[in-house]
Design a binder for this molecule. Structure first.
Ligand code: ASP
Length: 315
């Protein structure tokens, strides 16, 4: 019989895969490190993988550097609309919210959905549900930062003068457009694996658009029998290819790193999709892969003294 390996707790976090400019790299790197430390503190106290993922993502949602929580990119009509999800590899449970406008930490609402009879709630209904679970609503405008107002203005001005390829309008040149979605995957001492993600989506998206981040199998996936994954990049492509589930399926025959590469390569070959994925196998083996210029990734387990922050560069 196939015996599970002894559980070794570990956490991997990402802060988006895109052409992170040199002058923004430090902030992306430092936020990932703070998130890793928050998640790792939970695991060290014997906390669950779910709690570790949630703690890491809250740190990134609270950091205006990233396209999640405060600092999220804006819709074409100037609003923040966020998606978030969390999945539990024990029984393939999942909770997600989409198109929410008034939650400072959408990941907390996703966690509440996971503990309900539903998997995915959207818009006003998701916000009302969050309030019913004691999550206080925030003023939608408080999530908007000047950087994103300026970005939207530039984007709309650029489009005025030219024909826009519809794929471009939905963010496919992820390499050029900011995609600072955040995500995390953790395994705890009990061998439970969880994955989570949170995003404001793609800049200039249509109101009502939902990307891959809140969709189990696409933006994230976890199965204690194999491992977990969380994705970032061109959401429409990740949705179509089922990137997270594909990466986790590769863990049947491959270690974390190979599984991540195989999944990203398949997305590139089949639909020319751009993005990245982080992977943790059930024995704690790390994987990450991206076909954008940069990706912010950090990793921590019990065998290293400090978080390993990977200054990835494809350039
Ligand atoms: N995948 C996200 C979305 O399409 C964006 C990102 O990863 O930055 O909503």
């Amino acid at each position: 019989m196939d015996r599970p390996p002894p559980p070794r707790s570990a956490i991997v976090v990402h802060g988006g895969a895109w052409a992170i400019p040199d002058d923004e790299w430090r902030a992306h790197r430092d936020g990932v490190e703070r998130a890793i430390r928050a998640g790792w503190a939970v695991l060290q106290e014997n906390g669950s993988a779910l709690d570790a993922v949630e703690a890491a993502i809250v740190v990134l949602e609270d950091d205006p550097t990233y396209d999640a929580g405060i600092g999220s990119v804006l819709t074409r009509d100037g609003h923040v609309e966020m998606d978030a999800a969390i999945v539990d590899g024990r029984g393939l449970d999942a909770g997600a919210v989409a198109c929410v406008r008034d939650l400072k930490n959408p990941i907390l609402a996703a966690r509440q959905v996971l503990q309900s009879d539903h998997v995915l709630l959207s818009g006003e209904g998701a916000s009302a549900f969050a309030r019913s679970r004691g999550i206080v609503a925030c003023e939608p405008a408080s999530l908007i930062v000047p950087r994103e107002r300026a970005r939207l203005a530039r984007l709309l001005a650029e489009e005025l003068g030219r024909e826009v390829d519809p794929r471009e309008a939905f963010g496919q040149p992820a390499a050029e457009r900011p995609n600072g979605t955040v995500g995390a995957v953790a395994i705890d001492r009990g061998g439970n694996i969880a994955a989570g993600g949170s995003t404001g989506g793609t800049p200039g998206k249509l109101s009502g658009r939902i990307g891959d981040t809140p969709i189990p199998g696409a933006g994230l996936y976890a199965d204690n029998r194999l491992g977990g994954a969380a994705c970032t990049g061109w959401g429409e492509g990740i949705l179509r290819i089922g990137l997270a589930r594909n990466a986790v399926s590769h863990l049947r025959d491959s270690a974390g790193q190979d599984a991540a590469w195989l999944a990203v390569r398949e997305m590139d070959d089949r639909i020319q999709g751009k993005g990245g994925v982080i992977v943790l196998s059930r024995d704690g083996s790390l994987g990450f892969a991206f076909n954008t210029p940069r990706m912010a990734v950090g990793y921590m387990d019990g065998e290293i003294a400090d978080p390993w922050i990977i200054g990835n560069d494809n350039r």
